[in-house]
Design a protein around this ligand. Structure first.
Ligand code: ADP
Ligand code: MG
Length: 267
């Protein structure tokens, strides 16, 4: 049964940071799995030509992908795949998507293709609560498509030196997207990833982030945890691979915090 208090359509969140290796894909997969575990219906859109989210969720059938979603006329039912996690769906990506970035430039609706694709009527039958978009490590047109399509941007920040560098460029892109195409785009929050509490540097990055960015930083911190890094090679979220690991616990907390924030906004 649909929840009468729920706003129409899923909440769409772009998981973005133009730096590679900061935990975008890990956060997309595991936040998605944690939301799904809490009964939410979640679709992950793999928007990175590297296809790491698709590999990490064990979706090997990639005949129809995000490329077809945004540039083809393939029926949605063919591009949306089930995963082994209940309530967690995926649109996979392959390296084809790198040519999409170029093809998009010659398209009149270049920034809006993902926006329009995710709002087509055929999406309703999946009865989604959340769509999480795993962005590539770049501020290219694919990432702009994600920001135009999204209600908010969630930024993983690796707890290491130079973490805050590059953030101003990301914020600038968000402001540009607000001005040009999506005035209501919000920052969902900044989440510290790969945090090592024994390391002074991690603590320093956390206090810098909280001093500079205040409430934008999620209370939940994702610790560095070897189970998190092992899970993708077993093609599953850490919540399935080792349900009681520190990483799984942290992503559950992040999901709860995110859901709590939605309630605050709605109130
Ligand atoms: P991005 O998508 O931003 O490029 P990834 O999510 O792929 O980053 O993460 C980069 C690497 O760091 C991967 O090998 C991943 O397994 C590892 N990693 C990410 N988060 C954690 C964590 N909390 N603990 C340990 N390793 C992690
Ligand atoms: Mg990635």
């Amino acid at each position: 049964m649909s929840d009468p208090t729920r706003p129409p359509g899923p909440k769409i969140i772009a998981v973005a940071n133009q730096k590679g290796g900061v935990g975008k894909t890990t956060t997309t997969i595991n936040l998605g799995a944690a939301l799904a575990e809490q009964g939410k219906r979640v679709l992950i859109v793999d928007l990175d030509p590297q296809g790491n989210a698709s590999t990490g969720l064990g979706v090997d059938d990639r005949k129809y992908t995000t490329y077809d979603l945004i540039l083809g006329d393939t029926p949605l039912a063919d591009v949306v795949h089930e995963t082994d996690t209940k309530n967690l769906l995926l649109i996979p990506a392959t390296v084809d998507l790198s040519s999409a970035d170029i093809e998009l430039y010659s398209n009149e609706k270049r920034s809006f293709l993902l926006h329009d694709a995710l709002r087509q009527h055929a999406m309703d039958r999946f009865d989604l609560d959340f769509i999480l978009i795993d962005c590539p490590p770049s501020l290219n047109l694919l990432t702009v498509n994600a920001m135009v399509a999204a209600h908010s941007v969630l930024v993983p920040l690796q707890s290491e030196f130079f973490a805050l560098e590059g953030l101003s460029q990301l914020m600038l892109t968000i402001r540009e997207v607000r001005t040009s195409a999506n005035p209501n785009l919000r920052i969902e929050g900044i989440v510290l990833t790969m945090y090592d509490g024994r390391n002074n540097l991690s603590q320093q990055v956390e206090s810098d982030a909280r001093d500079n960015l205040g409430d934008l930083v999620f209370k939940t911190i994702i610790p560095r945890n070897v189970r998190v890094s092992e899970a993708p090679s077993f093609a599953m979220p850490v919540l399935s691979y080792d349900a009681e690991s520190k990483g799984a616990v942290a992503y559950r907390e992040l999901a709860a915090e995110l859901i709590g924030n939605q309630t605050k906004i709605a109130a």
